[in-house]
Design a protein around this ligand. Structure first.
Ligand code: NAP
Length: 292
């Protein structure tokens, strides 16, 4: 596959991804390809920013010609108070993954939840309306997905978390904000999980467990109904231990690459007003994953 080599000039628009670490990020791979495919004179670069330096970095960057950036772990939540404006979605989620910089304005968006929904729509037959979902994890990604599933009409969500107090806190926090949603929480202990998973139609794994093929959250497979969709937002490897186990049990699965590409495509649209070439974006991500 051709390597991305943008022709840079003084007119080239610059975008970035901020994180710590950031070296592993695939965003430069697919955003540069999206700019190239759209014929836009722009480039996208990784920038390592430590959490303690975020405020100084944002002040500095907002005084440059940088057009916008994505944020990854551990900066998404810390960005919220640093933005001059937040979308309703970013405020509700309490995390920002996409920023538009415009004449000193720092506008915070969150595209993670919609990215997950777009991937669900594109790659599965799952219809969220009226269904019950169990989300494993209570971090920024879980929060974004819970908000998106609520918007898509899911009836009930149980947050299953290693630290039960954090899951319970998130459920009670969101119950106030997501009117009408039935929200519960559970620890990862098997007895409690078995009760939480009764009648589930969608399972979303939103923790780093399974990254690089390491680790598997034990699920109460015996109570998970036939046909339940098992989604894992970890995308390295594409077939995580959880997805492999779900497939072995004959359950439909959804990997994390689609969410990654769609959340990035939504950022691209926010910055440029144009829809990127999703197919090309996905191709370069899959190529990079296969060669990493
Ligand atoms: P985060 O805010 O750090 O949340 C971490 C969550 O994972 C917490 O609920 C934590 O539980 C749980 N956790 C961590 N290690 C665990 C373990 N060994 N066993 C059980 N639970 C564990 O992270 P995040 O931003 O939500 O991201 C979570 C994962 O999703 C990351 O791997 C990230 O790369 C991936 N992600 C993928 C996409 C995509 O586009 N596909 C987008 C965003 C994120 P405690 O509360 O007990 O600590």
């Amino acid at each position: 596959m051709k390597k991305v080599q943008p022709q840079l000039s003084g007119k080239t628009a610059v975008y970035a991804v901020l994180g710590d670490p950031v070296e592993h990020s695939l965003s430069p791979v697919f955003q540069n390809e999206a700019f190239r495919a759209a014929g836009i004179d722009a480039c996208y670069v990784p920038m390592r920013v430590a959490a303690k330096d975020l405020s100084a970095a944002i002040t500095g960057l907002s005084h440059t010609s940088l057009k916008g950036f994505n944020a990854t772990v551990p900066l998404k939540e810390a960005l919220v108070p640093l933005c001059t404006k937040l979308t309703d979605e970013a405020r509700l989620i309490g995390a920002v993954n996409t920023v538009e910089l415009d004449g000193g304005k720092i506008v915070g968006h969150n595209t993670d939840g919609r990215g997950f929904l777009e991937s669900l729509k594109e790659e599965t037959k799952f219809q969220p309306r009226g269904k019950k979902a169990c989300v494993v994890g209570s971090g920024g990604a879980a929060r974004a997905i819970i908000c998106a599933l609520t918007k898509a009409g899911v009836r009930e969500i149980v947050i299953c978390n290693r630290t039960p107090a954090k899951g319970k806190q998130l459920a009670s926090d969101l119950a106030h904000k997501l009117h009408g949603m039935k929200l519960g929480s559970s620890s990862l202990r098997m007895g409690e999980l078995s009760r939480a998973f009764e009648g589930v139609s969608l399972v979303v794994q939103a923790t780093p467990v399974g990254l690089e093929g390491r680790g598997l959250i034990p699920l109460p497979w015996g109570v998970i109904p036939k046909g339940t969709l098992v989604a894992d937002i970890v995308y390295q490897p594409q077939l995580t231990p959880l997805l492999s186990e779900a497939k072995r049990r004959g359950l439909p699965t959804l990997g994390g690459v689609g969410m990654l590409v769609h959340q990035g495509a939504l950022s691209f649209e926010i910055w440029t007003g144009k829809k990127p070439d999703l197919k090309r974006m996905r191709q370069v991500v899959e190529h990079a994953l296969a060669n990493s």
